[in-house]
Design a protein around this ligand. Structure first.
Ligand SMILES: Nc1nc2c(ncn2[C@@H]2O[C@H](COP(=O)(O)OP(=O)(O)OP(=O)(O)O)[C@@H](O)[C@H]2O)c(=O)[nH]1
Length: 228
């Protein structure tokens, strides 16, 4: 089933009929302790939908590219330090014509995954513009993570790992390269976000503060599927 074929209204917003809501939420009654909204942002075709499908279903959406229309979401419950954390992940359309639709959703998001494609320079150059939009429309304390996607495409790479790292450092946000195709670092990105949000929501003063940068560095290069 392609998420991109979900029915949308004339203004591009998913109508969320009860049937497709049930289908896309999977086990809607799955138990959770705490729930957060996460948004995927970035230029069209950087791989937002594929990253989400990799995380949600463990599969790669290869084949013909079908651009997202408006906005759509998927839920996934992950366990963080014995707590069930539901991530409601909003997949936005990267195309310019849907920007006004997606802006309306920024305010509710607790975390934003901002993607570029390591094989397409324009998608990297546009990251600064995306960050300007984020600062304009999102909550002040929103968690932001920069992802350089399609790391499997080594031969076509035009953006070096260090360039991504440098940009992320400039904005003080965590960074990693991912591949929706091979799964590298995809689970880690979402788990790091879930951990950060869970710690913010349920932090005991006696506990040390969660350090997302250190956590990511310690987990990189480990298995992409489990054990966070
Ligand atoms: N090799 C490779 N291809 C990828 C990867 N991620 C996505 N793709 C391909 O890139 C194209 C675009 O992927 P999408 O996930 O649809 O891109 P998107 O960012 O959701 O695009 P919009 O919906 O227009 O915003 C598709 O043809 C995917 O198969 C990846 O990690 N590696």
């Amino acid at each position: 089933m392609s998420m991109k074929k979900a029915p949308v209204s004339a203004n591009g917003i998913d109508n969320g009929t009860s049937r497709n809501m049930l289908e896309r939420c999977g086990s809607v009654n799955e138990y959770f302790d705490v729930s957060f909204k996460v948004m995927l942002l970035g230029d069209s075709a950087v791989g937002k939908t594929c990253v989400l499908v990799r995380f949600k279903d463990g599969a790669f959406l290869g084949g013909n590219f079908i651009a997202t229309v408006g906005i759509d979401f998927r839920n996934k419950v992950v366990t963080v330090d014995n707590m069930k954390v539901k991530l409601q992940i909003w997949d936005t359309a990267g195309q310019e014509r849907f920007r006004s639709v997606t802006h309306a959703y920024y305010r509710d998001a607790q975390a934003l995954l901002l993607l570029y494609d390591i094989t397409r320079k324009s998608s990297f150059d546009n990251i600064r513009a995306w960050l300007t939009e984020i600062h304009e429309y999102a909550q002040k304390d929103v968690v932001i993570m920069l992802l350089g996607n399609k790391s499997d495409m080594a031969a076509e790479r035009v953006i070096k790992h260090e360039e991504g790292e440098r940009l992320a450092k400039e904005y003080g946000v965590p960074f990693m390269e991912t591949s929706a195709k091979t799964g590298v670092n995809v689970d880690l990105a979402f788990f790091a976000i879930a951990k950060e949000l869970k710690h913010r929501a349920a932090h005991q003063p006696s506990e040390p503060k969660f350090q997302i940068h250190d956590y990511i560095e310690s987990q990189k290069h480990k298995s992409s599927c489990c054990g966070f």
